[in-house]
Design a protein around this ligand. Structure first.
Ligand code: FA5
Length: 344
């Protein structure tokens, strides 16, 4: 029996040497060391031996069992390591390959230019005041000194709704009335705000004019605001926006809600004033309409025009973005063509 045991032992050692996978290893363990395994069986049959052989046989059999258990554990470790190495090899990541690009969204050019404007005006002490897109005729026109049938209404082609007197705002200027009434404390408080928002005009759509576009209105009300404050503020803005040496010029113009009124030009930053296609060889680009708030408008906002005065301006962010990024046609802005939008 001892001979048989030694043979089994050698056989078990030889077999385990060949094993390279966990499944065969498990089968090996069950076959030799399991409850019904051959070594276990041998140990159990020690009792059948003549008494004088039992002790030495039992000792040897136990030793063999320990040896085989150790061989099993060593092999198990090896098999596990080999499996891991194989897994790593198969699922290996080549870090030198280019990654898969993730599509990311971007900010619309109008949003970008608006944010730039907010930052500049914030630096100069102007807070954002949001006004409504859907207006009443009174606030969009009459309270801005444009009574019904006034010929100046022709300056703004209007989208009317089916509700009489309710329109889409044609400019951000009605926000002046809301801001004065809302923030003015019945004509007792100074105001310094910008009013950004979408405007709508029933206009012929061309390369320069859309039916919907943003405006950024500015309004400052105080006890002794003068034309020089308007000019200084606009010039400071232009220097921040277009560079410290950008020249600014003011041209007389007409808006019913400002007196005097003017248009603001900045020296063409593409040609430095020499004249190019973009500035139509004038050397100047128009950036805003502006003026001193009309006494009638101050009154409609709750202020006494003999004590209070103010200035206002209105600029067109899309036109500014067109100049900045040299966009040739305003219609690109709302067409949602990714080939256009992805450029910003
Ligand atoms: C106005 O709408 C006045 N409310 C501006 C103003 C405010 C004057 C406060 C005085 C005091 P105007 O119609 O010029 O003015 O428009 C102002 C700006 O809006 C223009 O310079 C232009 O940049 C932009 N704009 C006007 N119409 C369009 C359009 N159809 N498409 C794109 N931008 C436009």
């Amino acid at each position: 029996m001892l001979e048989q045991l030694e043979q089994l032992y050698q056989q078990a050692l030889a077999e385990i040497e060949q094993i390279t996978d966990a499944e065969s290893l498990r089968a090996w363990e069950i076959g030799y060391l399991g409850k019904k395994g051959s070594i276990t069986q041998m140990l159990r049959s020690t009792g059948q031996l003549p008494p004088e052989q039992r002790a030495s046989f039992g000792k040897r059999a136990n030793q063999i069992k320990l040896d085989l258990t150790a061989a099993y554990e060593a092999r198990e470790k090896l098999v596990r390591e080999q499996a891991l190495a194989r897994d790593l090899e198969e699922g290996q990541v080549d870090v030198t390959l280019p990654g898969r690009a993730r599509p990311t969204g971007g900010l619309h050019p109008s949003t970008q230019i608006l944010r730039q404007l907010y930052a500049i005006w914030a630096e100069m002490g102007f807070q954002v005041y949001r006004s409504r897109d859907v207006e009443d005729d009174d606030t969009n026109f009459t309270l801005l000194n444009i009574p019904p049938h006034h010929p100046a209404r022709d300056m703004w082609d209007t989208f009317y709704t089916t509700t009489p007197g309710v329109i889409l705002r044609t400019h951000t200027s009605p926000g002046q009335i809301h801001a004065m009434r809302d923030l003015g404390g019945n004509g007792t408080q100074p105001i310094r705000v910008i009013l950004p928002g979408m405007c709508y005009r029933y206009e012929q759509v061309t390369a320069r004019s859309e039916m919907q576009f943003h405006q950024l209105e500015g309004l400052a009300i105080g006890r002794s605001i003068r034309m020089s404050d308007l000019k200084g503020t606009i010039t400071a803005f232009a220097h921040r926006m277009y560079g410290a040496h950008a020249a600014v010029r003011f041209r007389a113009s007409y808006f019913p809600f400002t007196e005097p009124s003017m248009e603001v030009d900045v020296e063409c930053f593409l040609c430095g004033g020499k004249g190019c296609r973009v500035c139509k060889y004038a050397g100047w680009l128009e950036i805003a309409g502006a003026g001193m708030v009309h006494p009638e408008v101050l009154r409609n906002g709750g202020y006494d025009p003999t004590v209070w005065s103010g200035f206002a301006f209105g600029m067109g962010p899309e036109r500014m973005a067109m100049l900045k990024y040299r966009i040739s046609d305003i219609r690109y802005f709302w067409q949602n063509d990714l080939r256009f939008l992805e450029q910003f």
